[in-house]
Design a protein around this ligand. Structure first.
Ligand SMILES: [Zn+2]
Ligand SMILES: [Zn+2]
Length: 54
């Protein structure tokens, strides 16, 4: 894992704490979210396949 992961929703560079990553349910591409977007339940869009989810 690199230190340059970016939030899929807001494109912020992820801090170590509070961020999360999970595989896209469609294409298994890893999606990252920062703690702010996670807490606010901001929708994400998979950069690979365009899938949108809560
Ligand atoms: Zn974010
Ligand atoms: Zn995807």
């Amino acid at each position: 894992m690199t230190a340059k992961e970016r939030c899929t929703s807001c494109n912020a560079t992820l801090a170590v704490e509070g961020s999360t990553g999970f595989p896209c349910p469609v294409c298994a591409n890893t999606i990252y979210r920062c703690y702010r977007c996670r807490e606010q339940s901001i929708a994400y869009t998979c950069p690979k396949c365009g899938f949108q989810g809560p």
